[in-house]
Design a protein around this ligand. Sequence first.
Ligand code: FES
Length: 128
Amino acid sequence: MSRSDSGKNELPPDAHHVGSAGDFESGDYLLVEVDGIEVAVYCTEDGYFAISNFCLHQGGPLCEGPVTGTVSQNEDGTLCFDDDTQVVRCPWHGWEFDIETGDHLSRPEYSQPTYDVLVRDGEVYVCW
Ligand code: FES
């Protein structure tokens, strides 16, 4: 989740610099390592989102999978394509996680760790 930031305060102590906003293209991600943890930082139309790259299923490289919308169900039971929810699909076994919340799409008991992202003066920080 992107943190709102006035840019007038000191950086929070949990902020780890991971790159410049210019390093990102919308719809793309950077794979960074902070304190030995691989994190994929996505840049989307809705902001920046960071999610653990270590798939909780069996440790696959989650961010190597595609990011797409997903199929959801309308109130009348018909199916539709929902491109508001951005989902990353693990390349190993296809588990899908919302990149904003980390939640597995159909098994809410599973959720990937996510991290706040702060952008200040064109620099991107992951916070934890
Ligand atoms: S390791 Fe990611 S779905 Fe199995």
